[in-house]
Design a protein around this ligand. Structure first.
Ligand SMILES: NC(=O)c1ccc[n+]([C@@H]2O[C@H](COP(=O)([O-])OP(=O)(O)OC[C@H]3O[C@@H](n4cnc5c(N)ncnc54)[C@H](O)[C@@H]3O)[C@@H](O)[C@H]2O)c1
Length: 244
């Protein structure tokens, strides 16, 4: 496929958390669609190693990407961490850790990207079904993902007259290292049983695949989605809409 005929041809894209899971699948699909992609992550596989919670590092990283490529057309924020706990069991430290990455990290990276975005650019945040529906034992995580949804709506509003679109994707469980790590850390010895339980919570009978989320991100960040802004896109195997 030539860059001109591909869906993201000529676009300069930045993906946070692009070294693993959903972010990694987004990077792969974006490159296949002709995009130039810069991966930001803590992990070694990143093009730019950067902690999204550090304002100076984030600003310097986005400045470096923009000076290399001239601008930033697309940002996907996939860097995020999980946390298990209820209102009563969540510690202030856990609350702060989750909010640092999932809320402050998204705010800082959106702010740094927008400084380099021309009209016609797009931001796609990774929210969660936990943004819109109660999930047991995910108090801090759910609050953080609620904030990602409302950050999306607020930024979309403030940026609409500049021609910058801001949307978010809300997946149910997707099979990534995030899920495997979460099961191993929280349910040692019961990994296989917990995997099956988590798969069965989607009415479709399985977890999502990272590539299925990446396909939606391609559309949202492409010019095909030019009428979509300030919207939350559920992709959840029927989790919120199907009862059987
Ligand atoms: N997997 C799921 O079931 C699921 C469901 C709904 C939403 N999400 C959201 O999708 C996003 C991606 O999830 P995933 O499953 O691909 O996770 P993952 O753990 O596979 O990948 C997350 C990446 O973010 C990076 N990261 C974490 N903290 C960082 C920091 N401070 N600075 C820079 N990079 C950092 C990690 O190094 C990792 O490469 C997350 O925001 C998650 O909350 C995931």
């Amino acid at each position: 496929m030539s860059a001109a005929s591909s869906r993201l041809g000529g676009k300069v894209c930045v993906v946070t958390g692009g070294a693993s899971g959903i972010g990694e699948a987004v990077v792969e699909r974006f490159r296949a669609e002709g995009a130039t992609v810069a991966v930001i992550d803590l992990a070694e596989a990143a093009d730019h190693r950067c902690d999204v919670t550090d304002p100076d590092a984030v600003a310097a990283t986005f400045d470096a990407i923009a000076s290399e490529h001239g601008r930033i057309d697309v940002l996907v924020t996939s860097a995020g961490i999980a946390n298990v706990g209820t209102l009563e069991s969540t510690s202030p430290d856990d609350f702060d850790k989750v909010f640092a990455v999932n809320v402050r990290g998204v705010y800082l990276t959106m702010q740094a990207a927008v400084a380099h975005m021309p009209e016609g650019s797009a931001i796609c945040n990774l929210a969660s079904i936990a943004s819109v529906i109660g999930i047991p034992d995910r108090f801090a995580y759910s609050m953080s993902k609620g904030a990602v949804l409302t950050m999306t709506l607020s930024a979309a509003t403030d940026l609409v007259d500049r021609g910058i679109r801001v949307n978010c994707i809300s997946p149910a469980r997707v099979h990534t290292p995030f899920v495997d790590r979460f099961i191993a850390d929280n349910y040692p010895g019961r990994e296989s049983e917990m995997f099956d339980n988590l798969a069965a919570t989607q009415p479709i009978g399985r977890m999502g695949e990272p590539a299925e989320i990446a396909g939606l991100a391609v559309w949202l960040c492409s010019d095909e989605a030019s009428f979509a802004t300030g919207s939350n896109h559920l992709i959840d195997g029927g989790f919120t809409g199907v009862r059987k």
